[in-house]
Each structure stands twice: as C-alpha cells, then as structure tokens.
Design a protein around this ligand. Structure first.
Ligand code: ATP
Length: 287
C-alpha cells in the first residue's frame, strides 16, 4: 500500500474508485511508471469541464501484435446517454472502456471527448472527469471515512456523509461501533462485497465526474442489497454519460442503447426492443 501513497496527489484522481478493475489496474500502474506513451505529450492541455460526448473512430487495439482484440470500432455516444455493453466473455467490452481513461492506447484510430482527442488532454485532467465503479473495489487499511474520501481528497465531512448517504451506506455506518471512524480492510472490519461496492459508489458521488464507467457485478448479492445498489447506481448515473458493462437484464433494458460486442467488433446496436426484433446475437444472449 505504501507505493500508493508517495505519489498520492498525482494518482488519487485515478485510483479513486478501484485500482484493480478495468483490465488490471495493477498493470496500468506499471505502465504509468514505465510506458512513455501513456505520459502527457508536451503540448497536452488541461481538459476543460467535459460534457461527455464520446466518439470512437475506427479504433483498433491489441495487447500483443499477433492478437487483435478490438477491430475498427466506430461508436458515438451523446453526452448524458447511458449505454450498456454486452457480449460474450472475451468480446472486448472491458478493453474498449479501458481505452477511455487511457489505461491503454489504441493501436489505430481515434477517441475524442467533446471533440478533443484523448491524448490532447493532460492525463490527470482527463481521469479526474471519469469515474469508475466496479465489483473489484480497492479498500486500504484505514477508516471508512478515509476510504470514502479517497474519491476526492480534501472533501469535507459534510460532503463525505452526503456521498455515503447517496450510496445507501448510512444504515451500515450507523450499525458500526465507531461509525465512519471504524477501521476497515484486512486489519479491521471486513466489508461484504455489497458494502464494498457502495464504498466505490460513494467515492464516485464525491468525485462527481461527467463520465462514468460501471462494471456491473456478476457476483450474487441478496435481493435487498441488489436493489439498494441498483438504486444508488441509477442515481449516480443521472446527468452523466454512463458506459456500463452490463450483466443484469434490468440494467440492459433501462439503457438508452445497447452495444452488442462480439470478437472485438460491434455486432449490433439498439434498444432492447429493437435488438430483440432483429433476432441476432442479442436475442441469442438474452435467451
Ligand atoms: P468479460 O465479459 O469476460 O469481462 P470482455 O468482453 O470484457 O470479457 P476483455 O476483458 O476486454 O473482454 O478481454 C478481451 C480479450 O483480451 C480476452 O481474450 C482477454 O484474454 C484479452 N485480455 C484482456 N486483458 C488483457 C491483458 N491485460 N493482456 C493481454 N490480454 C488481455
């Protein structure tokens, strides 16, 4: 954990919601340290406040030369839209979304937000505006308050409590002997999967980014927890461009659009009803 703290100011904006998700955050950290391509270019600008109009233009990507993962992705997402990404395991959903915070660079093609190519913007100023919530949340050994505040260093007590409430954490906090001062993580109170997810959601509320990437949990939660998390996520998505790697039919049906990925390409795009009518891959997946 010590490694995280030294460059804390610089990377807090990135680590925020989860350092291990989205195609291996650990690996990403190694890249950050070693890969000059992911550094700022000398003429990179401070990103303006983004609205979140996202375009992928003929984007291809490979982790290694011999094996292309994404092939010629063209996709336009309007600011404020919620788009669900579905498709078989290995289709490239996670990889595609990992390109947005520039965890990896496309092999070819271009990604823009509000018309600005990603690499025109300073990395920190880009990542500050992208929230990540996944099932693979990183909690460090510290108080619950510190873990939530990780979403935005310098948040006030009132802001932290507000974010906790928005993430439906209040009743859990009240049930802990020392409330927000309770030590969590390996040396403290172990949180359940659902509780950890809510900490991630609270961090994202604090961060308040215009763009949100959600990696929906595949792990089973009890139905009450499930509902609470779903309603917290719904509230979180309001007013933001939301890209969700979706596993639940409820999420998929509510999305403005569904992108069906298969073998590194976009196979189908449309609403739930449109895709069902097409009787293609989506229909097969939904069945
Ligand atoms: P799932 O639904 O199972 O998460 P996915 O559609 O999100 O799948 P990706 O995780 O993007 O798919 O993976 C696409 C392909 O890229 C897979 O074949 C995977 O093995 C490979 N891959 C993913 N991450 C890496 C990595 N860091 N290095 C090399 N290959 C990787």
């Amino acid at each position: 954990v010590g490694v995280f703290y030294r460059p804390l100011e610089k990377i807090a904006a990135v680590i925020e919601t989860y350092p291990r998700g989205i195609a291996g955050f650990r690996r990403y950290q190694e890249l950050l340290a070693t890969d000059p391509e992911i550094a700022d270019t000398p003429d990179a600008i401070e990103a303006p406040a983004l609205k979140g109009d996202i375009r992928f233009e003929n984007v291809s990507f490979a982790y290694s030369e011999e094996r292309p993962i994404l092939r010629g992705i063209d996709l336009q997402i309007a600011a404020g839209e919620t788009v669900a990404f579905v498709g078989p395991s290995g289709a490239g959903k996670t990889t595609l979304l990992a390109l947005l915070p520039r965890f990896y660079e496309p092999t070819s093609g271009c990604i823009t937000i509000d018309g600005l190519p990603l690499d025109r913007m300073r990395l920190n100023s880009l990542r500050r505006q992208i929230g990540l919530v996944s099932q693979d949340v990183f909690l460090f050994g510290g108080t619950l308050r510190e873990n939530i505040a990780y979403g935005r260093l310098g948040a006030t007590e009132a802001e932290i409590r507000e974010a906790a409430a928005q993430a439906q954490l209040t009743s859990m906090i009240e049930g802990l002997p020392e409330g927000l001062d309770t030590i969590v993580g390996e040396r403290g109170v172990m949180l359940s999967g659902g509780q950890k997810q809510r900490v991630a959601i609270a961090r994202a509320f604090l961060k308040n980014p215009p763009i949100l990437i959600l990696d929906e949990a595949t792990s089973a939660l009890d139905s009450q927890t499930e509902r609470e998390i779903q309603s917290a996520l719904d509230a979180l998505a309001v007013g933001r461009t939301t890209l969700v790697i979706a596993h639940r039919l409820g999420t998929i049906r509510k999305a403005d659009r569904i992108v069906v990925m298969n073998e590194g390409r976009i196979a189908e795009i449309g609403s739930h009803a449109e895709l069902l009518a097409r009787e293609g891959i989506y229909t097969a997946l939904a069945g």
